[in-house]
Design a protein around this ligand. Structure first.
Ligand code: NPW
Ligand code: ADP
Ligand code: MG
Length: 286
């Protein structure tokens, strides 16, 4: 298992080309947030917007539309029960994130089926939270696309059948290869299983053990894959590393880190990385 370091950040996060517009930085659709878990999709969407995705749309329960717009006017909102609107949007974007706060009711299942039947082979599809649990419990066929699963240990147990105590690299690898996608197994020092390697986070801490932390990661993975499209695997690795690196900075003087604080800190964090990446490229030594 290869331990990641901050070189993955500089490899992925570069100064933005000036000849550009919002479309240059990707279009993303996030799907989730039922009547109970509106906060999850708000946190995921906040992370996608603050990580720099060019155009962000959310499909969620009607009840979340007002709170979402008032907290995050940058995001566009559609009703996740409007099958035609969701289908049209799924077909337009680079990245789909599905699952944060989606729930497991029949309405949630209908939303998931609609999304899964319209994804495209060239899209990144981030599958998190309730979507993972529904796939596992309701035996749902996987969609087209470059799949990125972001399970916590219990979600991975449900999806892979491997008990948490038996989740060692060799057993996980076998299941990942069967699934055919990237798996970010979230825990203390999360593990990232890609097609040809396994990585481990060296950073992150218990200050992150708070509801919404994974929803925020899903939104960041979405924002990075929509925006940094040269290498999908690197985008996922950089998002996962950055999530904990930002948390570590905040935890220097906070007992816990609130998930939305990571999102708010991202634009400054990414600016610093982009400057370092530029200096390194032109051979400038500090
Ligand atoms: N503000 C909001 O709207 C929020 C909405 N959310 C949304 O809620 C939905 C359900 O997601 P979920 O993760 O809360 O529930 P579930 O999938 O049943 O897993 C929990 C079970 O697994 C067990 N467990 C064992 N190991 C574990 C581990 N390492 N990490 C985590 N759990 C572990 C755990 O054990 P226990 O804690 O009981 O000991 C418990 O029995 C999902 O859509 C999510 O996006 C949340 O993000 C919160 C904020
Ligand atoms: N003790 C810990 N050390 C490091 N990271 C942690 C710790 N506890 C939780 N995390 C991180 O917090 C996130 C939790 O994800 P998840 O359980 O899906 O949260 P939620 O669904 O509530 O948003 C993951 O990124 C995980 O790696
Ligand atoms: Mg989660």
């Amino acid at each position: 298992m290869q331990v990641l370091d901050d070189s993955i950040l500089m490899k992925v996060i570069k100064p933005r080309p000036q000849e550009s517009f919002k479309g240059t930085f990707g279009k993303i659709l996030l799907v989730g947030g039922n009547h109970q878990f509106g906060g999850a999709i708000i946190m995921a969407t906040t992370a996608a917007v603050y990580s720099g995705a060019g155009l962000v749309t959310v499909a969620t329960d009607k009840i979340n539309a007002g709170p979402l717009r008032s907290r995050l006017p940058e995001a566009m909102v559609i009703d996740f029960d409007d099958q035609e609107a969701v289908k049209n949007m799924v077909e337009k974007v680079n990245t789909v994130v599905v699952g944060p706060g989606l729930g497991e009711e029949s309405e949630s299942r209908a939303v998931l089926d609609n999304v899964f039947s319209h994804t495209q082979p060239d899209q990144a599809v981030v599958i998190d939270g309730s979507a993972i649990t529904m796939i596992a419990k309701q035996h749902i066929q996987l969609p087209k696309g470059h799949l990125i699963f972001t399970p916590h240990q219990m979600e991975w147990q449900r999806l892979s059948g491997i008990k948490i105590s038996d989740q060692v690299e060799a057993a996980n690898r076998e299941k990942v290869d069967q699934l055919g996608g990237i798996v970010v197994l979230k825990k203390h020092h999360s593990e990232i299983y890609t097609a040809d390697n396994t990585y481990q986070l060296p950073n992150g801490s218990a200050a992150q053990a708070i509801g919404g932390m994974g929803d925020t990661l899903a939104g960041m993975v979405g924002g990075f894959t929509a925006q940094f499209r040269t290498n999908l695997t690197d985008a996922v690795l950089a998002a996962t590393y950055a999530h904990s690196a930002v948390a570590d900075q905040i935890a220097e003087d906070q007992y816990i880190v609130l998930p939305h604080q990571i999102s708010l800190a991202l634009p400054r964090f990414m600016k610093k990385v982009a400057e370092q990446s530029h200096d390194q490229q032109i051979g400038f030594i500090h």
